[in-house]
Design a protein around this ligand. Structure first.
Ligand code: FAD
Length: 306
């Protein structure tokens, strides 16, 4: 079993695992209240010194401006390094290129490049824009051609993407994205670590050496989260559902259980040498902060002076 996120040997310092690297994912807020909430979250999580923070791009490009303004505000008001998500959906190549150029102009040097979901929603056939980027690999190549100094991350699917014929087809797509210039993959959420390790074995066997960073989602609201993730092809094991049984009306206990489950997952991954984690924060700080703390990560202000 391959047990590392990166091809290098797990870094150890004096017999202790090195501080893991973390990153956080946010979505662009829709209302002023959501905006205030997001900024409280960012302020709480920033002292954990994530490697980068990413901001999603709504289905069909629906949040184009909001993603941009959130990214621009992060650049202006914090020391965090933002990564802008971008999809190929619903836009011509020229329009996407303009978005990329605008990001580059304001100082963004990291894009998470995706194909995106079909315009008709998950489960309907995907058709690319006639004048657009035809695939995620095509988009990666387009970004790298325009701005070689933009780092490009892409998606990866430990349970394979629902549209993929089989794992080989799925990993062929990942290989094409890497060949086009992607240097990091972030996985779709998963709850069974064995699925991740098996996927990593397949990816490494295919000669793909880039970090495959596990995407971790603490489930604040189990029922809602289950509906959301299963639509994206993530399986929810029975043992996990059992942990939330009877807690539908007990948000407080659900929160403790969610933190315990996600902390257990990341600690087990770390024990097997995984040293990089990407958290789907759902714009909430509490659980992600606690889980990071359990991984040994301390807020900058809480660290002892050297
Ligand atoms: P790809 O990596 O290009 O393809 C995924 C798999 O689907 C491939 O392995 C391939 O085998 C198969 N496939 C692709 N195209 C076809 C086809 N035409 N026919 C048959 N099989 C095909 N969505 C958003 O809208 N906004 C976001 O900000 C966003 N962020 C994401 C971040 C991460 C880390 C992840 C994992 C997903 C994110 N998504 C986002 C969801 C993503 O857009 C969808 O999963 C989409 O359906 C696939 O895009 P992709 O780039 O992952 O696909």
């Amino acid at each position: 079993m391959t047990d590392l996120t990166t091809p290098a040997t797990a870094d150890r310092q004096d017999g202790h695992l090195k501080r893991p690297a973390i990153s956080f994912e946010f979505f662009p807020p829709k209302t002023e209240e959501m905006e205030r909430n997001l900024w409280e979250t960012i302020k709480r999580l920033a002292p954990l010194e994530p490697k980068f923070v990413s901001v999603t791009y709504g289905a069909g490009g629906s949040t184009r401006e909001r993603t941009h303004s959130t990214i621009a505000r992060i650049l202006k008001e914090t020391a965090l390094l933002p990564a802008a998500h971008l999809t190929c959906v619903g836009a011509s190549r020229g329009e996407i290129d303009e978005i990329v150029d605008r990001y580059h102009e304001v100082g963004v040097r990291h894009i998470v490049a995706l194909r995106g979901d079909p315009v008709g929603g998950i489960g309907t056939p995907y058709s690319s824009h006639p004048d657009g980027y035809q695939s995620s690999a095509d988009l990666v190549a387009g970004i790298k051609e325009r701005h070689g100094d933009i780092e490009v991350s892409v998606s990866a699917y430990p349970e394979k993407h629902p549209e993929s014929r089989d794992f080989d087809a799925d990993i062929d797509t990942l290989k094409a994205k890497v060949d086009a210039g992607a240097t990091r993959a972030i996985t779709q959420v998963f709850f069974d670590n064995d699925l991740y390790f098996r996927y990593l074995d397949r990816v490494r066997a295919r000669g793909i050496g880039i970090p495959i960073v596990p995407g971790i989602m603490p489930m604040h609201n189990f029922k809602q989260a289950r509906n959301f993730v299963t639509r994206n092809g993530t399986s929810v094991p029975d043992w996990l559902a059992a942990k939330f049984e009877g807690l539908d009306d007990d948000a407080e206990t659900r929160k403790l259980v969610a933190a315990t489950v996600a902390a257990g997952q990341v600690q087990k991954l770390a024990k097997h040498g995984v040293d990089t984690f990407h958290f789907y924060t759902m714009n909430r700080a509490d659980l992600v902060f606690a889980i990071s703390h359990l991984l040994g990560i301390r807020a900058k202000s809480a660290q002892k002076a050297a």
